[in-house]
Design a protein around this ligand. Structure first.
Ligand SMILES: NC(=O)c1ccc[n+]([C@@H]2O[C@H](COP(=O)([O-])OP(=O)(O)OC[C@H]3O[C@@H](n4cnc5c(N)ncnc54)[C@H](OP(=O)(O)O)[C@@H]3O)[C@@H](O)[C@H]2O)c1
Length: 323
């Protein structure tokens, strides 16, 4: 089945549009075939200004023309849009997102506040689209009418779980041990003080290891019709901040339930395909995992020249240890 292009474009709003994540959303909506960006919202510091005046723009591409002159609004849930994407600071995201959902807006959030709520889908569409079945229960529980909340995972969790999914399906997962090397853009703007990160590696990111140990359990678990059932995987995460602007690297050791050869692992990763409906969406990839064969390709990926959703460097796939 192919996803059907809407007859008219949907109107999109971005909450937290002036922040680092919000800017990326604004950029992606600037030229979207299905959505028109009609509203941007942020704090009182920004509201009343045009978007171009309010934002401290950090992306390589210029501010989209469609966004430059939008007037930044506050967090009153009376925006002229069909749904909102939220990139609000977590100090305000929790209640603001609930207000918008209660007022009838579908809310898709990048913030951590509602990720682990028992009736809120934590979603990587390629991994657990079936968790969207929880929405009617959420609306009933919370007395929402047309509104609801969906969240996406922490950035380092997203890359990890996308790669774990085909391994979980093919072999089952027992234990995961992951060490991250995370870019400074993940800390927002102005983020980590330059004197802390220049020429340094910071072996601590507040709350990150907890998120990486919890979120995959929900993502790889199941919605059983009334609640999310965890995947029950043993998971240990160590998170480090490194002086790289964009792109997180993760070194992952995986204990599989079924013994598999390196070739079988490689094939499972390579052959991972999303369904036809998802693949036909404007920004989706049919094969979101790229397995890199040689050292040169791996170096290019590390520099950001190859941009899959998740790249697995094959050279570093160690032969399984027999148990
Ligand atoms: N899922 C992921 O992959 C991922 C990755 C990184 C971050 N995040 C999450 O995404 C969110 C945004 O991160 P970021 O790095 O973009 O942060 P950021 O650069 O600090 O931006 C925060 C945004 O929230 C707004 N804001 C702050 N206080 C507010 C208030 N009291 N009322 C209304 N708006 C307020 C800011 O508006 P002003 O400019 O007006 O202050 C700004 O637009 C955070 O919750 C973060 O944890 C998710």
């Amino acid at each position: 089945m192919q996803a059907k292009q809407p007859e008219k474009k949907w109107k999109a709003g971005v909450l937290g549009a002036t922040g680092v994540v919000g800017q990326r959303l604004v950029q992606m909506l600037g030229d979207h075939p299905w959505f028109d960006l009609t509203e941007v919202a942020a704090s009182e510091r920004s509201s009343g200004k045009t978007y171009a005046e309010a934002v401290s723009w950090h992306l390589d591409a210029p501010i989209p023309e469609s966004a430059r002159n939008l007037v930044v609004k506050g967090l009153d849930p009376s925006l002229d849009c069909d749904f909102v994407l939220s990139a609000l600071d977590s100090s305000v995201a929790g209640s603001a997102e609930e207000d918008f959902a209660r007022a009838g807006y579908p809310v898709v959030s990048n913030s951590r506040n509602h990720r682990m709520d028992p009736d809120v889908p934590l979603l990587i569409p390629e991994v657990n689209a079936a968790h969207l079945d929880a929405i009617p229960r959420q609306q009933k529980n919370r007395d929402y009418d047309t509104g609801f909340i969906i969240t996406n995972p922490n950035c380092s969790t997203a890359g990890l779980v996308l790669v774990l999914k085909p391994l979980a399906d093919a072999f089952g997962l027992e234990k995961i041990f992951v060490v991250t090397l995370q870019a400074i853009s993940g800390a927002g703007y102005p983020g980590v003080p330059s004197m802390d990160i220049q020429g340094n590696v910071v072996p601590f990111i507040s709350g990150e290891e907890e998120k990486m140990q919890l979120e995959p359990q929900k993502l790889l678990g199941k919605w059983d019709g009334s609640r999310f059932v965890d995947a029950g995987i043993g998971l240990s995460a160590h998170c480090n901040r490194v002086p790289v602007v964009d792109g997180h690297l993760e070194c992952v050791s995986v204990g599989l339930k079924k013994i598999a050869s390196l070739d079988e692992v490689r094939e499972a990763l390579r052959n991972f395909e999303v369904g036809a409906e998802l693949a036909s969406l404007p920004t989706a990839l049919k094969n979101p995992i790229v397995v890199l064969d040689d050292e040169n390709a791996e170096l290019l990926a590390a520099r950001g020249f190859l941009k899959p959703r998740a790249a697995v460097a094959e050279r570093k796939l160690a032969e399984p240890v027999s148990r």
